[in-house]
Design a protein around this ligand. Structure first.
Ligand SMILES: [Zn+2]
Length: 350
């Protein structure tokens, strides 16, 4: 499971209504029991998603079905999250924004997901903004993925406000430094744009399933077979099997990379913003979030490429010191540094 957080936001009150919480098969704190229940759960099997997969991509969405809500309760319990997700009641205007966000995707993107995308399902109080997990075929091989988004969190965002909030999370504020992210023009800065961008990132995780672009996210780095080949991953990462850790190929010139953490508490100071983005511009990571892990390298590369190249939408990070622009960082798809990654993405989206 891959989870994106919105820790600063999820504490906001969400409307409560009567919806019985599912009964869980394990005692609180019994992690091995929860892990076993998760592995055996119906939503991990391709059969559960058959009806969804037979519909057009733009119709694979809705409030999370009861079995998926139960699965999320198990996952939260296994990982120590206190949230108890509930299926969302989706307003007509929110549903229209989700349908619109999917309809906006280029045909090549919708085609790439036809056989493997089991839909985007909405809960309130997920414990994070987004969640993606894989389902397995009859022989236990990963076959595709499903996405869960927190409708109560998404309902509050417009595109640029969300991006600016997210891109600030690695840095403590102060010192006259500010960071502004712009992913839409003022006229298109709306909730539909935020949903589209967040969904594209999660779709990047779905696309990675079974493509050998990077090691499976449910594998410890120490267990990655030495013979396995991952062409996308190998452009930026190496495996330290002894330490069971991924290293980036740029860590010598970008030592602050290991201190880049999103959502869950900043480790870098505001004065580190400009050096971090200067170092980033010498790597083949399109965004700073891409530099945090192999899985998010691919998901961020996917959303960045689709959003800026295929959809020709804006994307920039503007750093200011005392209100004056100190640096503007843009993505890398027209630059030699990302040419190899671009070729691989073009191949996946033919
Ligand atoms: Zn992610």
């Amino acid at each position: 499971m891959i989870r994106a957080f919105a820790a600063a936001l999820i504490a906001w009150a969400v409307p409560a209504w009567a919806q019985p919480a599912p009964k869980l098969p394990c005692a609180a704190g019994d992690r091995p029991c929860f892990i076993k229940a998760l592995r055996a759960h119906p939503v991990r099997g391709a059969a559960y998603w058959k009806a969804s997969l037979s519909r057009p991509v733009a119709e694979r969405l809705g409030p999370a079905p009861p079995e998926l809500v139960e699965f999320l309760h198990l996952d939260n319990a296994a990982n120590g999250f206190p949230e108890k997700p509930r299926a969302s009641r989706l307003s007509a205007d929110f549903l229209a924004d989700v349908r619109g966000a999917i309809a906006d995707l280029p045909p090549a993107v919708r085609r790439a997901f036809d056989a493997t995308f089991a839909g985007v399902w909405f809960v309130d109080d997920l414990g994070g903004t987004g969640f993606t997990d894989m389902y397995l075929d009859g022989s236990g091989r990963p076959a595709g993925g499903f996405v869960v988004l927190d409708a109560a969190v998404l309902g509050r965002f417009k595109a640029n406000g969300w991006a600016t909030w997210k891109e600030n999370t690695p840095f403590k504020p102060g010192g006259g430094w500010t960071l502004e992210a712009r992913i839409e023009k003022a006229a298109g800065d709306d909730r539909r744009g935020a949903i589209r961008y967040i969904l594209l990132h999660e779709l990047g995780h779905v696309l990675s399933i079974n493509r050998d672009v990077h090691p499976r996210w449910d594998l410890d780095p120490g267990d990655v077979p030495a013979s396995a080949r991952y062409p996308f991953f190998e452009l930026s990462w190496t495996v330290d099997r002894k330490a069971s850790r991924y290293d980036s190929k740029f860590d010598a010139s970008f030592p602050a990379r290991r201190s880049v953490t999103y959502y869950l508490g900043a480790k870098l100071g505001a004065a580190d913003m400009a050096p971090a983005y200067e170092a980033l511009a010498r790597t083949n990571f399109p965004t700073l979030y891409a530099a945090t892990s192999p899985g998010d390298d691919f998901a961020e590369s996917f959303v960045s490429y689709v959003h800026t190249v295929l959809m020709r939408r804006p994307w920039e990070i503007v750093l200011r010191k005392d209100g004056k622009v100190a640096m503007t960082y843009r993505t890398c798809w027209e630059e030699p540094r990302c040419a190899d990654k671009r070729r691989l993405l073009e191949g996946l989206l033919r």
